[in-house]
Design a protein around this ligand. Structure first.
Ligand SMILES: [Zn+2]
Length: 103
């Protein structure tokens, strides 16, 4: 219930229905378990759209968790190479470079 949005993000109608869930792998660290997290999905009867709410432990639009992102950015900021950082934490060199540019 804590994740139920008060209003539909598409049309503003109140109290969307709980409409199942999907699983998202929350831990993509090289040696860690993937720890699937259930993401609740909601359905709006008025506009027939669905929406979901991510718990704060899952980074939106990213495969890697907050801690790995933080470590990668810290290492790159301290001038470690992309190759070293990629091997140490798991995301590819391109992903590490993209995060650095984003920062
Ligand atoms: Zn709606």
């Amino acid at each position: 219930e804590r994740y139920r949005p008060a209003h539909c993000p598409h049309c503003g109608s109140g109290h969307p229905w709980h409409h199942g869930h999907y699983e998202r792998k929350a831990d993509r660290s090289p040696r860690g378990p993937e720890n699937p997290v259930w993401i609740p999905r909601f359905y709006c009867r008025r506009c027939r759209h669905t929406c979901s709410r991510l718990p704060s432990c899952v980074a939106p639009r990213r495969w890697y968790g907050w801690a790995i992102q933080q470590c990668v950015l810290l290492y790159l900021w301290l001038s470690f190479s992309l190759s070293f950082t990629s091997l140490r934490f798991g995301p590819s060199r391109d992903t590490c470079r993209r995060w650095l540019r984003w920062l």
